[in-house]
Design a protein around this ligand. Structure first.
Ligand SMILES: C[S@@+](CC[C@H](N)C(=O)[O-])C[C@H]1O[C@@H](n2cnc3c(N)ncnc32)[C@H](O)[C@@H]1O
Length: 239
């Protein structure tokens, strides 16, 4: 059954983009992701697998900043994906796919993409799922390819994490007294679920380094609960 705190039920799916009211740096994350991909591509044609495109906010930033791009944008919920299709209709260099990320990844050939981008998606799944996803990402991205993961990634220090988590909860007060007041409770419930599946920095580094076989693994930025990591797929060490 879809839960009210999930993207397939309740207002957080149908009114997802209003979350930008509670996360002022939301667009900055998208822009930073897209700029890093553009720098990596350096005007060469690039095929990107985007995991968890949602309503298309990451996809849009990639289209704006990365020339010669083709994006395969995957999301498992039509509530979200249909909004992306609608917002980006007319863009010929995007293919939308409704599928679970690991289901989709398992059906791709080795070395099928130049880059993989995932923003605010995989923290929604548990740790074994994330491990499988990054293992598959390492298989389907080409050697020298770029892997970008911007997500809700908790600081390893629990005290720092709690402060960021509390600030994230408090920011939801922005919905009080607006016609979207119910979003506060729905997002609170969603954030509490996220916290139960906590995705921590050391796990992200492990997933990029060991599962996706990346080097130059870097954290570029942190904005409270959100952090942006990249890695470059190693050469000749296919598994
Ligand atoms: C919070 S939205 C973020 C969307 C977009 N990247 C952005 O930053 O605005 C996360 C999306 O990931 C999707 N998602 C979560 N788990 C997924 C999975 N296992 N496979 C495919 N999509 C998934 C959800 O349906 C949701 O649309």
């Amino acid at each position: 059954m879809p839960g009210k705190s999930g993207f397939d039920g309740g207002q957080i799916g149908t009114e997802y983009d209003l979350l930008l009211m509670a996360i002022p740096h939301y667009n900055e994350v998208q822009e930073e992701v897209a700029r890093l991909v553009a720098t990596h591509a350096n005007n060469r044609p690039i095929s990107i697998l985007e995991i968890g495109c949602g309503t298309g906010l990451t996809t849009r930033a990639l289209l704006q900043h990365v020339p010669n791009v083709h994006i395969t944008a995957v999301d498992k919920y039509s509530t979200m994906l249909d909004q992306a299709k609608n917002a980006l209709r007319g863009h010929k260099n995007v293919t939308f796919v409704e599928a679970d990320a690991c289901y989709f990844l398992a059906r791709q050939d080795d070395i099928s993409f130049d880059a993989v981008v995932t923003v605010f998606c995989l923290h929604n799944e548990d740790s074994p799922y994330r491990r499988n996803a990054f293992r598959e990402i390492g298989r389907i991205v080409r050697q020298g390819g770029f892997v970008v993961s911007a997500d809700k990634i908790a600081q390893d220090d629990p005290v720092q994490h709690q402060a960021s988590f509390d600030a994230q909860m408090e920011a939801l007060a922005v919905f009080r007294g607006t016609p979207h007041w119910e979003l506060e409770e729905e997002w609170r419930a969603h954030y509490l679920e996220d916290n139960g599946r906590r995705f921590i920095e050391s796990e992200q580094v492990f997933l990029l380094t060991k599962e996706a076989h990346c080097h130059e693994v870097k954290r570029h930025r942190r904005w409270g609960m959100e952090a942006l990591y990249t890695g470059i797929r190693h050469g000749n060490d296919r598994h």
